[in-house]
Design a protein around this ligand. Sequence first.
Ligand code: S3P
Ligand code: PEP
Length: 409
Amino acid sequence: MKLQLSFPEERTISKSIKITGSKSETNRLLLLQALFPTIAIENLSNSDDGEVMQKGLKKTSGVVDIHHAGTAMRFLTAFFASQEDRKVVLTGSQRMQERPIKVLVEALRELGAEIQYEKNEGYPPIKIIGKKLAKNKVSLPANISSQYISALLLIAPSLANGLELELVGKITSVPYIKMTLALLEQIGVQTSFEGNQIRVYPKEKVKETTLVVESDWSSASYFYSIVALCNPGSEVQLSSYKENSLQGDSVLTELYKDFGVETIFEGNLITLRKTSENNIQFVEYDLSNAPDTAQTIAVTCLGLGMGCHLTGLHTLPIKETDRLAALKTELTKLGAEVEIDAESLTLKPSKSIVPGVSIDTYNDHRMAMAFAPLGLKRDITINDAGVVSKSYPDFWNDLEILGFKIVNV
Ligand SMILES: O=C(O)C1=C[C@@H](OP(=O)(O)O)[C@@H](O)[C@H](O)C1
Ligand SMILES: C=C(OP(=O)(O)O)C(=O)O
């Protein structure tokens, strides 16, 4: 599916959108629910990644294919490895077979797990023969992906003696680790995180409890970008969000002030309002705590003619695509001057955006969604637009609600 986007001349919006639950919280809670069936969950994510996680958790044998879902791959690896009655081959899309899993596999093996690589050492697919994991201490590198750490923490309360992790190196994507620990605390599991040591205590039973997933802040990022590119006075209302979020991407409320967007919290609604034309020419952010916002922010800057220097992007090359390379290629097509290195992106302020460009999306939902707001400024085509279903299947419908004209070409 190839979609051409445009927007009426008058760039003013005043609309409400409902976004479903965070995919990160959803996939954590689904795993915890499999371990502790007394947990009920509301406002689940309707994403493909949430769906493959739900299906995967039910499998006891055979091949489990989680497609593009990084969290499902990592969380299910730990889950299956710790379940005595399960024996599966866990696999994913071609890209998933290029996303490293060695750090997690080695940590699990250290704890007593039986896991073998089916194709390439260090990468899915992997064969997992579930075992009671006997040990309760392990150290692992923390600078590649926080998902390895969250995966271990999620199974930790079900291990006889809980788990002690020693994190080696600079810890990346820290809010995602804290989210995991906070959800464990919410179901009554005791945890601690001091320096580079994390401890999770064992738990046999969880009392009946219903957890409501907050809506997805990474999905909200695209509306921040849209509002930033609109005329002052424009606003978009989103539900259901909290001022005290577990999601690190809620840092958007602060960052987008630089682009003239204010966030107003009222009950469980947020209103994003464009209050002023931006008068900043250049922004610098370290996004190591909010890596999924990098594409959105880079495109907002281009849309506003601003420059940016984004750092802390060392995890981007191993995500759904090499996001640094993909950003450079697509921003350049639009006329931008971009430089990247292993962990940063620099965009020069530019005066114009090339019209009529087709954006390639590289099987990456965030490439499609991050570039879509530019439809407010120029006709733009998004190739393979169906990729959004990985995290946000309703994305294009919601853009139509805002007034975008979307044509299947
Ligand atoms: O734990 C999670 O839910 C996630 C952690 C982050 O990954 P890394 O820790 O690999 O940066 C993030 O990019 C991903 O979208 C979701
Ligand atoms: C990186 C992402 O997801 P995952 O790693 O779970 O595939 C994402 O949603 O941006």
